[in-house]
Design a protein around this ligand. Sequence first.
Ligand SMILES: Cc1cc2nc3c(=O)[nH]c(=O)nc-3n(C[C@H](O)[C@H](O)[C@H](O)COP(=O)(O)OP(=O)(O)OC[C@H]3O[C@@H](n4cnc5c(N)ncnc54)[C@H](O)[C@@H]3O)c2cc1C
Length: 465
Amino acid sequence: MSVKEHQVDLVVLGTGIAGQTVATTAAEAGLSVALLEKTDARGGSSVMSGGYFAFSGTQEQTAHGEHDDRELFLKDLLDVGDHLNRTDLLEVFLDRQDETYRWLKDHGVEFREISISSGQSAKRSHLSEIKDVIAGLHCDFENAGGLTYMEHRAHTLVRGPRSRVTGVVAASPQGDVRFSSRGGVVLATGGFSRGTDMLRAFAPYQLNAIPYGGRGNTGDGLRMAWKLGAGMADMSFVSGTYGSHPETGEEFHELLTAYYQGAIIVNRAGRRFTDESQSYKTLGRDVLEQPEGLGFEIFDATVRAQSEPGVPLKDIDALEDIGHVLCAQTLEELARAAGIDADALVKTVAEYNAAIGEDTDEFGRTSLCNGVGDPAPIVQAPFYAYPAKSLMTTTYCGLTVTPDAEVTDVDGDIIDGLFGVGEVIGGFHGAAYMTGSSLAKGAVFGHAVGQRIATELTDETEGTE
Ligand SMILES: Cc1cc2nc3c(=O)[nH]c(=O)nc-3n(C[C@H](O)[C@H](O)[C@H](O)COP(=O)(O)OP(=O)(O)OC[C@H]3O[C@@H](n4cnc5c(N)ncnc54)[C@H](O)[C@@H]3O)c2cc1C
């Protein structure tokens, strides 16, 4: 049987924020673009996400009197990444974030609130309706003539003269389809949070976390690029995100970060085990070392009153409605209901309360979140417990790339014609991730690479040097 073949300017693999941004940018610049998606649904992990984009110096921040700028953003990214992130990637991201933020807004994206979250020392998380963002960009893509191929799982990169990547072969319900592209291939296939074999190889302890993320995110892009000799970065920092009930479903995004509003986290023995103000990725690592991989967010009525219905990470009301938050008038009753050692919990809370303002916290906690906000004693009945595990949402490691998103091999040489954007790349986050930095990174580098390839191909066509 002959293999069906399509000839386009650019092939993009994956319909999450990264791939969709590349595809829409390139199509609107006049390129013929084939956007391939492995599954029968668009959006990957992106549409399952909280929808927060991290940007600094925005209109929303100004309107709320929030001081934030490039320098502070860079410092936070480096601090949360343990200074193991690549500064050349961060610099390009920071240089281009404003343009991308404006481009998203020009494409109808609205940011309905800003808040502070994991790894941030300013209110930098810009909340979007992410499903609408992806749907809107996709609509713009199709209006610009872009073609989407659902249930097309790319499996083999094709190389042409001088080893340049010139296309890809994808498995579809009708058999293999070949896409040839003069602009090369963009890998935007996401991470491998659903890739059991890859997790076993790089982060076996994460197999104890709750599997999550886009159903198609099994590391296909990494495999295809590794076959061509691509390098890897940040592979040892894979971590789940702490804060999801053991029975977390996929109907909505269940993750509670009451610890950034004043909750402590204890294990079944009623003991704290970490500084709760750290990145929820770090907490995700710490909780896996506890019995059953379980930690309980313990808080009082003061924290409960800060619930924000409809806002991801803060909607205690919704979690109470589905029976995932336990409530009692005393800490002893709460402990009994949750199956925590009651005497130990009472002692832990008393010690925590007594250390506030004294600089004597057992785990060095001095703030609510990443150096910002003052911890408050847990004293106001009723008391609450939210049992939570680490959720294997994302992997944030992978291909080595240049600041122009060209994939490089193990020696640092560019693999001509092959690009990587979004969660499939490594080097950007270093040891841990800041809330909002993945959607923003996918959009920023996606927009840049779409523009760049369009300019190069247009210059080539017009014979410009
Ligand atoms: C619950 C949750 C909450 C999150 N909250 C936030 C947040 O608020 N802010 C933030 O910045 N980040 C957040 N993240 C992380 C963020 O959503 C992801 O890192 C980001 O969306 C990745 O975007 P992407 O485009 O690189 O990949 P994805 O959105 O995962 O898209 C990759 C796509 O590629 C497809 N694909 C895979 N292999 C192939 C193949 N062989 N051929 C064709 N297609 C293929 C997949 O099916 C998928 O559709 C969250 C993640 C989760 C799971």
